[in-house]
Design a protein around this ligand. Sequence first.
Ligand SMILES: Nc1ncnc2c1ncn2[C@@H]1O[C@H](COP(=O)(O)OP(=O)(O)OP(=O)(O)O)[C@@H](O)[C@H]1O
Ligand SMILES: Nc1ccn([C@H]2C[C@H](O)[C@@H](COP(=O)(O)O)O2)c(=O)n1
Length: 231
Amino acid sequence: MTAPLTIAIDGPSGSGKSSVAKAVARRLGIGYLDTGAMYRALTWWCLERGVDLADTEAVAEAARTLPLEVGTDPDAPTVAVDGTDVGAAIRTSEVSTAVSAVATNLQVRPVLQQLQRDLMARIADETGGVVAEGRDITTVVAPDARVRLLVTASEEARLRRRSAELHGSADAAAVEATRDQVVRRDRDDSTVSTFTEAAEGVHLVDTSDLDLEASIEAVLDVVAGVTEAEE
Ligand SMILES: Nc1ncnc2c1ncn2[C@@H]1O[C@H](COP(=O)(O)OP(=O)(O)OP(=O)(O)O)[C@@H](O)[C@H]1O
Ligand SMILES: Nc1ccn([C@H]2C[C@H](O)[C@@H](COP(=O)(O)O)O2)c(=O)n1
């Protein structure tokens, strides 16, 4: 019997890994796991309940008891906490600004990492594979994934994309308004995970000069190359 097709994708903010991971999962007919959404959901839950994000033990306890449900269909991924759909709430600038404080909490990370491993196993079992994306999937959560990729792009390209997405423009003012969510967040997050350089055995895909479709094709080519080499 063939092993499930587990694909791990890491990369910095705005590199395109979520868009690419979703499309790749869709085309391969397997499940999709957005691990950043889990850190965001925990952040939302802490803010909602008035948990001080600087209180590392209180946030870790919230992680251990988080009533989280994730839907992993790449056509309609969902995130719910305690029965509330938080798909939109976890993308607000309030959560985006605060999430690194939660993601850099070293008591939180092992809790969510174990949850992510369990989810990957369940999704792979149910759909024959999984594409999981984040910052530490290739290195910590699933270093034994069959295909591991680092999706990168230049800082300029990432700022331009995120700025267009959030502000509908990539002019100088819009790019400046986006800088915190890309550059500062990556700087904070990179204190606990390695996602700017590919670890050994991890395939690098630089999307700086690629459009979305070409980025998806580049990742599918890597997947095909790895799986054909296994045969
Ligand atoms: N290759 C590409 N070319 C142009 N735009 C892209 C490309 N890849 C993604 N985008 C666009 O850039 C924006 C950011 O992409 P996406 O959300 O997938 O990035 P990300 O790496 O998952 O970021 P984050 O980790 O912050 O969630 C989206 O609006 C997406 O449509
Ligand atoms: N495996 C992961 C996934 C995400 N994070 C952090 C990095 C971000 O600040 C935050 C939200 O991620 P995004 O939705 O922007 O991809 O979570 C992490 O540390 N490890």
